[in-house]
Design a protein around this ligand. Structure first.
Ligand SMILES: [Zn+2]
Length: 452
């Protein structure tokens, strides 16, 4: 007897938590934080349907905060079982959870100045994170492992970020698949998602269930960089530290080989977290497609590369004149060093800001990509005179076509549950599963339980 309860990422794209009950054992697949607008973040305060110390194990698909960010809270509340993930994910989640604890501490100390006056609660601290890391049990792709004596699990590559996996669970005679976040096909940095194989149930993400990504991200980036160089000022790129910064660095290295003008421009990476993720790419050369590059000292062989680690090195960038590229985080300009670069350049007509990622409602990145004329930052009111460019082709999530391509690799006629999507995109994936594959398919609702 197996039951599945949708605790998070049902009706939202964050807070992934799926609770399996098998022969009296309780297993979570992912344990993420809810992120985004205040109403969604408030879901972090809703207690889990069972006590943390009644959970026997956690199976993690990948290291993004919305899939691992609640783990230290679970440990704080009494969870002490094993946490399974792939070896690169063990390192990514370490970087992500360290940052999360640090950020919560900082917000407590300073208050939440940059947006509305809302002080988020402190869910956990660095000690909880350190205890969480000690519970991690890394398992390689394609290696079946036992979970709590009631099921067997196997990871396959999901192609979403480094170390990302979808997981196949063998529960009695049934095979249940959790997609985690599914990546893209034919990307330069990561491998394609692997085929599903036999499946009786698929819990599938639906972030872009109703949309298709622009097809030429590299050409779009080149056009944006060329226009930015012609304007004559700084080119500021807010990028997520995990994956997007590496995607952009690899894309710039590729474009530099085609474009001598671009190759002369200095590229500054001002993100200590992105630097740590670059190091994970270097430590796991078999987990991605990139090669080390011309010189071992620069990620992906970017020429004219400068890394800025300390706060003073970061501030020194303020006085640089002429066209230069600054890559910094956070990707939605919701915090981090990118804020001081935006403060420095937004009012400058010669500057360009390129957003290569999704911008969720309520973030500074959302307002800027939706035509804001004035923004408030560090107590100043700034006119937006810089060119603002939004590139959506670098998404790390499968679009509708890619979800269809992946679902076509399932054998049998599985029952699909759409999770990790807004209402329209989850409904679109359900319609696709029914019409294209004749599957039974339903949108998962938060709090509901199904029998597997
Ligand atoms: Zn993800």
């Amino acid at each position: 007897m197996a039951e599945l309860t949708f605790v998070g990422a049902a009706g939202t794209v964050t807070g992934s938590k799926h609770l399996l009950t098998v022969d009296g054992k309780r297993i979570l697949v992912d344990c993420g934080m809810f992120q985004g607008v205040v109403d969604v973040r408030a879901l972090n305060d809703v207690p889990l349907p069972i006590a943390a110390d009644d959970i026997d194990a956690v199976i993690v698909t990948h290291g993004h905060l919305d899939h691992v960010g609640y783990l230290p809270k679970l440990v704080h509340d009494g969870f002490s079982g094993p946490i399974y993930c792939t070896p690169p994910t063990e390192e990514v989640l370490g970087v992500v959870l360290d940052d999360s604890a640090h950020l919560q501490q900082e917000l407590q100390e300073r208050g939440y100045q940059h947006q509305r006056p809302y002080a988020p609660p402190m869910y956990y601290d660095q000690r909880d994170v350190d205890r969480t890391k000690r519970l991690v049990r890394p398992v390689a792709y394609h290696t079946e492992f036992d979970v709590a004596g009631v099921l067997k699990a196997t990871y396959s590559n999901a192609g979403h970020i480094i170390g990302s996996a979808f997981v196949a669970l063998r529960i009695g005679a049934k095979r249940v698949i959790f997609s985690g976040d599914l990546g893209r096909y034919g990307r330069p940095l990561l491998f394609d998602p692997e085929p599903i194989g036999a499946a009786d149930e698929i819990v599938c993400e639906s972030t872009y269930g109703d949309r298709v990504h622009p097809p030429q991200p590299l050409a779009d980036l080149r056009a944006a960089l060329d226009a930015g160089i012609a304007r004559g000022g700084a080119i500021v790129i807010p990028a997520f530290a995990i994956e997007r910064s590496q995607d952009i660095l690899l894309a710039i290295a590729t474009l530099q080989r085609e474009d001598p003008q671009l190759a002369r421009i200095l590229v500054h990476l001002d993100s200590p977290m992105a630097e740590k993720v670059d190091a994970i790419f270097a430590r796991f050369p078999d987990a991605h497609r990139a090669i080390a590059g011309d010189t071992e000292r620069t990620p992906f062989g970017v020429q004219n590369f400068r890394q800025h680690v300390t706060a003073d090195e970061s501030k020194a960038l303020n006085s640089v004149e002429g066209p230069h590229i600054i890559i910094s985080a956070s990707g939605m300009a919701s915090g981090g060093r990118i804020l001081h670069h935006l403060h420095n350049h937004l009012a400058d007509r010669r500057a360009t800001v390129i957003f290569p990622g999704y911008q969720s409602a309520g973030t500074l990145g959302y307002y800027l990509t939706h035509g804001a004329h004035t923004i408030h930052l560090y107590g100043d009111s700034l006119p937006v005179r810089a060119a603002i460019v939004h590139l959506e082709g670098f998404s790390a999530h499968a679009d509708q076509h890619e979800l269809k391509t992946w679902l076509a690799t399932a054998t049998g006629t599985p029952h699909l549950y759409a999770v990790h999507g807004e209402a329209e995109s989850a409904a679109a994936l359900v319609a696709l599963a029914r019409t294209a594959f004749g599957m039974q398919a339903d949108v998962a609702h938060r709090g509901s339980t199904v029998t597997l």
